[in-house]
Write a protein that binds this ligand. Structure first.
Ligand code: ZN
Length: 302
């Protein structure tokens, strides 16, 4: 008898535990499902937000760039000077190499005269979404990716706290003397100097077929993205050379903006894949630098 009673008790306990566990599982399942639904709703909301354009400033809610407020702002009906440099160093008779002291004088001028150096994303948001930028905005860019950009330009940019972009020839990375190494590129990118594409081999794009153009545009983008763990959305065409295929291939490769070497300030009416830049030469004195920076029509009076 005792044996039978014990058996029934054990069976009863087992039954209660089983039922409790079942209820617990069902409850938990509902919580999880609710959690999932909640995430889905969030995703939907975020998705809508991405497309949501602010009526006032036409700006993205998911903007990557700084938001500038106050007076003295400009909108995308106006142009912006995009300075372009190559090497920061000295070589007699080579105007592409700007002596360090001269470069420092120019960067100091920008800082002391209240210029804001924009990032590429900020410039993109200005052009596309009409997100306002300070009236005195500028972009500082370097073509090719010389190691003196790290040795000479980087310390000066840090000293004055200005952002810049390097358009890098990707086959030169860790490969050619006098060009930036992957660790230098990573260090600068971490600081806020953006590294973007200048093709794989400094290609004359207008001499390549469409598919060859697409290959160098894609491969340079992919290798920088892999190296730096970020999206590479911008390119400068080597020698400023391009043709109609270049524009199609740049779009197809996923670039958002592209720069030429044509002289002038940049604006959206030029086309997002043929943006002008302002050349800086070692032969220019600070007055010429200032003239190019303050006169959006500097080229016609040259
Ligand atoms: Zn170049």
């Amino acid at each position: 008898m005792i044996h039978k009673k014990a058996l029934i008790t054990v069976a009863l306990i087992f039954f209660i535990v089983a039922v409790s566990y079942g209820i617990y599982r069902i409850k938990n399942y509902n919580v999880n499902r609710e959690g999932k639904n909640h995430d889905q709703i969030n995703l939907k909301v975020n998705h809508t937000k991405k497309e949501d354009i602010n009526k006032n400033g036409n700006q993205l809610n998911t903007a990557k760039g700084r938001t500038f407020t106050g007076e003295n702002l400009k909108y995308n009906t106006q142009s912006v000077p995009v300075l372009y440099y190559h090497s920061i160093g000295y070589e007699k008779g080579n105007e592409l190499r700007i002596p360090k002291e001269k470069f420092r004088e120019q960067i100091k001028y920008l800082k002391e005269n209240g210029y804001t150096a924009l990032t590429m994303d900020e410039f993109y948001e200005f052009l596309i979404y009409n997100k306002p930028i300070p009236d005195k905005s500028v972009l500082i860019t370097f073509d090719d990716g010389y190691s003196d950009n790290y040795e000479n330009a980087f310390p000066i940019l840090k000293e004055f706290g200005l952002k810049a972009t390097i358009f890098m020839i990707t086959s030169s990375i860790d490969n050619e003397k006098n060009f930036l190494t992957s660790s230098q590129l990573k260090e600068m990118e971490n600081y806020g100097i953006e590294v973007e594409s200048h093709t794989v081999n400094h290609d004359k794009l207008d001499e390549l077929s469409y598919s060859e153009q697409l290959t160098t545009l894609k491969n340079s983008k992919d290798s920088l993205e892999k190296l730096l763990g970020k999206k590479v959305d911008y390119i400068a065409y080597p020698y400023g050379r391009w043709n109609q295929d270049t524009l199609k291939a740049s779009k197809a490769a996923g670039y958002k903006l592209a720069f030429t070497a044509a002289a002038g300030w940049a604006n959206k009416d030029e086309g997002l894949y043929t943006l002008d830049r302002v050349y800086v030469s070692a032969n220019h004195d600070i007055d010429e630098f200032q003239r190019r920076l303050t006169n959006d029509n500097y080229n016609s009076s040259n």
